[in-house]
Design a protein. Structure first.
Length: 295
């Protein structure tokens, strides 16, 4: 569905701490946008002037141990983008479905007029202990890695055809830059493998798209305070609850005195990487990890 509203007057800073106007006239395509990091990214870029194509599955995946986003969550993201005076097109689409993503991109560009920023953010975390290991492993790869490939394959042709450059930011993980996190289970191993794969895609795509003026980077957060970690399934394993972060295991604890970074912390890095301020930055993996990787 589509919502169109008029834009209000510019000001120097947004209510989310961004620079209003940094993305004026630009359009961002964001997967996993219904809540968590994806919603945070949408609101950060909208607060700085971007219109948004917001996509999410809005349905369960059988092997995942916690509730995924709902249609109501996606509608709320759309409402909040509008609240910031920007246009938004929302679509329920599975990143594992390449055709659905291409349809969402085409519909969004037709409504909003262009595409400038691609944020391949959708992903899954903790898998159900009842899920067969092979199924859990495969679903991690299909969502977290194939889904990223599908997202960029759907969006990159638009960026190339426009011949205006652009920025692609992929969501990996601190576990995509370290050997930690795998435990011999299908879910744990699949998560680590998929996040390493995202870094590999980022590096090769930086080479592929550089001749077209398109930069490709990724962010690599440690634990983020979103429903992926703040849910009953994680609490049952590690402690904590929907409001209190779980106590981290020693091998994933941050160096700085914070258990989980906030989604807005990741969004600040994403907004920088996607902006013209980073016009000569491509092919890099940026940890937003409170020092976890240097411990």
């Amino acid at each position: 569905m589509s919502r169109t509203v008029s834009t209000g007057p510019d000001c120097r800073t947004s209510d989310l701490g961004g620079l209003v106007g940094r993305f004026d006239g630009k359009v961002a395509f964001i997967t996993g946008a219904a809540r968590g990091q994806g919603r945070s990214h949408a609101l950060r870029l909208a607060g700085e002037g971007a219109d948004v194509i917001a996509v999410d599955l809005c349905a369960p995946i059988g092997t995942v141990a916690y509730d995924l986003a709902s249609p109501e969550d996606l509608a709320e993201t759309g409402r909040l983008v509008e609240e910031r005076g920007r246009r938004v097109v929302t679509a329920e689409a599975d990143v594992r479905d390449a055709d659905a993503l291409r349809t969402a991109v085409r519909a969004g560009v037709a409504e909003l007029g262009r595409l400038d920023v691609v944020l391949a953010n959708a992903g899954i975390g903790l898998m159900s202990p009842d899920a067969p290991a092979a199924d859990a492993f495969r679903d991690q790869l299909d969502v977290n890695l194939v889904g990223v490939w599908n997202t960029v394959q759907a969006a990159a042709p638009v960026l190339v055809e426009q011949a205006r450059g652009g920025a692609v930011v992929l969501t990996s993980s601190a576990f995509g830059l370290t050997g930690r996190g795998g435990d011999g289970s299908g879910g744990g191993d699949g998560y680590v493998a998929s996040k390493h794969g995202v870094v590999g895609l980022m590096r090769t795509w930086a080479n592929w798209l550089a001749p077209h003026g398109v930069r490709v980077t990724c962010v690599n957060p440690s634990g983020v305070a979103t429903p992926m970690l703040l849910n009953p399934a994680v609490a049952a394993l590690f402690g904590g609850d929907a409001e209190t972060p779980p106590k981290p295991a020693q091998d994933v604890a941050n160096l700085l005195d914070v258990t989980l970074v906030q989604p807005e912390d990741v969004s600040a890095a994403v907004a920088f990487l996607a902006s013209d301020e980073a016009r000569y930055i491509t092919g890099v993996a940026l940890p937003v990890d409170a020092g976890m990787l240097v411990r």
